[in-house]
Ligand binder design. Sequence first.
Ligand code: SAM
Length: 226
Amino acid sequence: MSTLYIVATPIGNLSDISPRALEILKGVDLILCEDTRVTKKLLDHYNIKTPTLSYHQHSKIKKVNYILDQLKKGKNLALVSDAGTPGISDPGNKLIESILTKFNFVRIVPVPGPSAVTAVASVSGFPMDKFIFMGFPPVKKKRKKFFQEIINSKHPVIFYESPHRIIKSLRDLQGTNTKLTRKIVVARELTKKFETIYRGTIEEVIEKIEKDKIKGEFVIVLEEKR
Ligand code: SAM
């Protein structure tokens, strides 16, 4: 039986990868990537020569058939995304769904590791025995409802945001209740050179982020409603 390993990769610091993940990336016949250029940096760093192939849910039938062929021949494959755990707010989830229907004879094996969700949860200082993860805020439709759900949550809520939208999203979060004095943690560039963890009320954190250069990747945790 062929195996497809779902391999978590670093969210910044290239040393954040398990020996098992490296062994698997070295040992498989082919690595399916969200973007082969991004994964190549990791593979070059560890001198891994395994062939790579970009693969996403809209990949042409020819490519899907090629992968199917490899699996039918008993080859083992790995799936990685650009960063972190495949399937957590990246194209990996749709892909795994389609693999389960197209290649249902394959054994799917997780190789766990970093994710921005668990990284920020570990440093938040909030009670994280229960929390909600909401992914990215919608850009237009259902945006207000998204932030209202966060504000009303009885558990801390984690969500992702891009540098272009971080201030707007924090303002929208604040805007749903102008007296909101709850604590927030905004983590920027976790595990990277310019890692910064902002803590305070939403207003205080917006001020701090605006003073710095608004660059990099952001993950946010809002304290629960009491
Ligand atoms: N699959 C990934 C994971 O397991 O974390 C998430 C992929 S999602 C497309 C990318 C988003 O994750 C970024 O826009 C950012 O919100 C968050 N993220 C990824 N790496 C991060 C980092 N080093 N620091 C802060 N946030 C990060």
